[in-house]
Design a protein around this ligand. Structure first.
Ligand SMILES: [Zn+2]
Length: 270
């Protein structure tokens, strides 16, 4: 079978493709080897995901939410020890405690009781706008998620692998071609600390790390809508314009297509 993105032979590829990076807490949404070739898999990992996850918002998102990196490490954030001999330190969050990585001099100050204040910035709450890396990431995720969604229908898999209608977004994701910047829509739909309740699924509130859906607007444009930790992103898979999504939002009281009838939002998780 040809690779989903570059159309070279992918049959011998060995890597499992994570639709959303493991570093954002994804273990369930993957594509089996043979769909994305090793070259493309590697390209996305290094040139898109790694760069994205190093952006200030994604770093502080992972820090704030204890999301462990692929290598099993917690993501540090900079804190400041408020003392003339203090200065910047790495701060790690781990379950219910905060770990401060400090040198001997600062440790000495803390032990002597001279220092008892540590400043930790809240960090960025939204990704930087007009973000090409984020846009190419969304393009990649949309194509892979579509394939994952219809994974039990051989006819549709063939369509998605070979149909030229998706070539533009695939080329944009993989090579940055088609257009310089493929626009997407971004907004917060709930807060990171919010939890959800659906008694039909389970009795306790749960956290949603990410979720996605596809839908058609009445102009027949096909959208991929993804939420990661409360921020909703929407991208038009057929072309670089989000006008019909803005119209859809106006006509639907700005609700999110990701909202399910039976799911209840619990503010702050309490
Ligand atoms: Zn490939």
């Amino acid at each position: 079978m040809p690779c989903l993105f570059c159309k070279e032979v992918a049959d011998t590829s060995k890597s499992i493709e994570h639709i959303i990076p493991e570093s954002l807490g994804n273990i369930e949404h993957v594509l089996q080897p043979g769909i994305v070739c090793d070259d493309c898999n590697n390209y996305f990992a290094i040139k898109i995901e790694k760069v994205l996850l190093e952006q200030p918002y994604f770093k502080s998102l992972r820090h704030r939410n204890d999301i462990i990196s692929k290598k099993g490490n917690y993501v540090p954030e900079k804190g400041i020890i408020l003392h003339p001999q203090g200065g910047p330190v790495n701060v790690y969050r781990e379950k219910n405690r905060i770990i401060v990585d400090m040198n001997e001099q600062i440790a000495g100050l803390v032990k002597s009781g001279l220092v008892n204040k540590l400043l930790i910035p809240t960090g960025e709450l939204e990704p930087a706008p007009n973000n090409t890396i984020l846009s190419r990431f969304l393009a990649k995720v949309s194509v892979e998620a579509l394939l994952h969604w219809i994974k039990d229908e051989p006819f549709w898999i063939e369509e998605i692998m070979t149909k030229p209608e998706l070539d533009d977004i695939k080329m944009y994701a993989r090579y940055g071609k088609t257009v310089k910047f493929w626009p997407y829509h971004q907004r917060r739909i709930y807060n990171e600390e919010d939890r959800f309740l659906n008694p039909e699924l389970q009795k306790d509130p749960y956290e949603v790390l990410h979720e996605f859906r596809f839908f058609w607007t009445k102009e027949n444009e096909f959208y991929f809508v993804l939420a990661i930790m409360g921020i909703e992103y929407a991208i038009n898979m057929g072309g670089p314009s989000i006008d019909s999504y803005k119209t859809w939002l106006l006509e639907n009281n700005a609700r999110s297509i990701l909202e399910w009838d039976k799911e209840q939002l619990i503010k702050g998780g309490n």
